[in-house]
Design a protein around this ligand. Structure first.
Ligand SMILES: [Fe+2]
Ligand SMILES: [Fe+2]
Length: 289
């Protein structure tokens, strides 16, 4: 697997550096941390995150998102069992690509095992295992900024509560009167289901899991990187009561995603039979990506 190596394709040293950035508490929480506080740190990883968001905010336009949906929601790229897909995702590591060194399977297992240890229902555990599987988009040749990172609505004004909002100045939608008003192409309270989110693994995985997992699980998968909503409390004007009702599930999921790094790594070989049963209970034998 050869991934293009140019800077615009893969600005992050590790695919999950942006999540470490969130976890470090450097996300500009309104009123608590000034935007400038997290700049100019003498830490190269932070510069790569900044460059990552410069590209993400510049290129995630309404047309880009609609185009990616057309391309990927045809699900004609590859058919795999969940186990094959997990192995496939892990080739991000096995190909020793220097850009992506985190073991993706370990992150998924640590998330799902932390959920299981807290005694949650089995579909919640399975959500932990599946939530980032959409990162296979990287293996289909997508640049990092179209796979990971915070997600946000396109087709309406970009909010200042999104990380590095100044980079939206380079996004052509920012100057487009169809897209740069508060509501843009949407109606007040239309519900998030009617809103196009920036393209990435969250939206992709939601469409793959639709019809298989319960509604709270689908919200966790679809909006787990929508920090401007679930952490900053923004975009309520696009939400309906169904979204508001399900926000608690997205919030419930977030700590498992960010803080479930276990001291003892889960042993996939031992856990495999448990997850085989769980996958068979909810998901089809093969998934069309
Ligand atoms: Fe994710
Ligand atoms: Fe994750």
């Amino acid at each position: 697997m050869i991934l293009p190596n140019d800077q615009e394709h893969a600005p992050l040293d590790k695919l999950d550096d942006w999540e470490d950035f969130v976890q470090d508490g450097l996300y500009p929480v309104a009123g608590k941390k000034k935007k400038d506080d997290y700049r100019n740190y003498d830490a190269p990883a932070r510069d790569t995150v900044r460059e990552f968001y410069r590209l993400n905010h510049k290129f995630q336009t309404y047309d880009f998102v609609v185009g990616k949906k057309e391309h990927y929601l045809a699900f004609d790229k590859r058919e795999m069992t969940v186990f094959e897909a997990l192995d496939f995702l892990n080739t991000l590591v096995d190909d020793s690509d220097p850009d992506i060194e985190l073991d993706q399977l370990q992150h998924l297992l640590q998330t799902s095992e932390a959920i299981r240890a807290d005694g949650h229902e089995d579909w919640f555990v399975l959500t932990g295992l599946m939530h980032d599987l959409g990162k296979v988009l990287c293996l289909f040749g997508e640049p990092q900024w179209a796979v990971v990172g915070d997600t946000f609505p396109v087709g309406c004004k970009f909010s200042d509560s999104i990380v590095y909002p100044e980079f939206f100045a380079d996004n052509p939608d920012n100057e487009d009167p169809r897209y740069n008003t508060r509501l843009g192409v949407y109606e007040e309270g239309c519900g998030l289901r009617s809103v196009h989110m920036s393209w990435g693994h969250d939206e992709y995985m939601y469409h793959l899991m639709k019809g298989c997992l319960p509604e709270p699980a689908l919200y966790m998968i679809r909006y787990h990187s929508f920090y401007a909503w679930h952490r900053e409390g923004d975009y309520d004007y696009l939400c309906d009561d169904h979204d508001r009702e399900h926000l608690k599930w997205v919030k419930k999921f977030n700590p498992y995603d960010l803080y479930s790094k276990c001291p003892v790594l889960p042993d996939w070989n031992k856990l495999r039979p448990y997850y085989a049963d769980l996958i068979a209970k909810y998901l089809p034998a093969t998934i069309k990506f």
